[in-house]
Design a protein around this ligand. Structure first.
Ligand SMILES: CC(C)(COP(=O)(O)OP(=O)(O)OC[C@H]1O[C@@H](n2cnc3c(N)ncnc32)[C@H](O)[C@@H]1OP(=O)(O)O)[C@@H](O)C(=O)NCCC(=O)NCCS
Length: 164
């Protein structure tokens, strides 16, 4: 995702309804203000790949952005955690999520020389749990945790994909 498209990612969270954020396991109060969030990303984009805190891919359909994936908790050459969001409801449940998860993972394995990729959605969020299984991830365990800086405490399911 080029830095100039970072607004797409920031707006997605800030414009979401409370109910939608709840499904994602995200606490609105923990979202950085848009300007501050942009600055966080600008600083991160300046870092060399092995030092990046996060990395993102913008997914397009017919040259229009429809979703994005992000990677964080990156340990270069070892492992990282991925996320995927299809922004508009009409584009969901058409198989795009499965395709984008597979294609994102291919990129992450290559760019960060990863051995394995984890994904850890909210246990009650059915869609990503179905998609991860379909995309070839293996279920590891469920636990109660705070999975990230914008999340509230919740039960999550951890899935893993090993480097092919
Ligand atoms: C999660 C998400 C990326 C999945 O993408 P998608 O394009 O809708 O998923 P697909 O069309 O590839 O569906 C794959 C499977 O999941 C199932 N599925 C997808 N959404 C579902 C839902 N809301 N409820 C039940 N099953 C669902 C599909 O029926 C399909 O099942 P199958 O393998 O039996 O055929 C998308 O729904 C999304 O962006 N949701 C909102 C954001 C989100 O929750 N992101 C995850 C944060 S970790």
């Amino acid at each position: 995702m080029p830095l100039q498209d970072i607004e797409f990612r920031i707006r997605y969270f800030h414009e979401a309804s409370d109910e939608y954020l709840m499904t994602l396991g995200v606490d609105r109060k923990l979202l950085p203000k848009p300007d501050a969030w942009r600055t966080i990303h600008e600083r991160d984009y300046e870092r060399p790949l092995p030092e990046r805190e996060s990395y993102a891919l913008l997914w397009e359909l017919d040259h229009r952005p429809v979703g994005f994936s992000s990677l964080d908790r990156i340990v270069f050459g070892a492992h990282a955690f991925m996320h995927l969001h299809i922004v508009d409801e009409p584009h969901r449940r058409r198989g795009l999520g499965t395709e984008f998860v597979k294609k994102s993972a291919d990129v992450y394995f290559q760019v960060f020389d990863l051995e394995r990729i984890y994904c850890e959605p909210n246990a009650l969020n059915v869609a990503p749990n179905r998609v991860l299984q379909r995309a070839g991830f293996t279920y590891l365990f469920s636990h109660e945790t705070v999975p990230g800086p914008i999340n509230f405490r919740q039960v999550t399911t951890r899935w893993v994909l090993e480097r092919p």
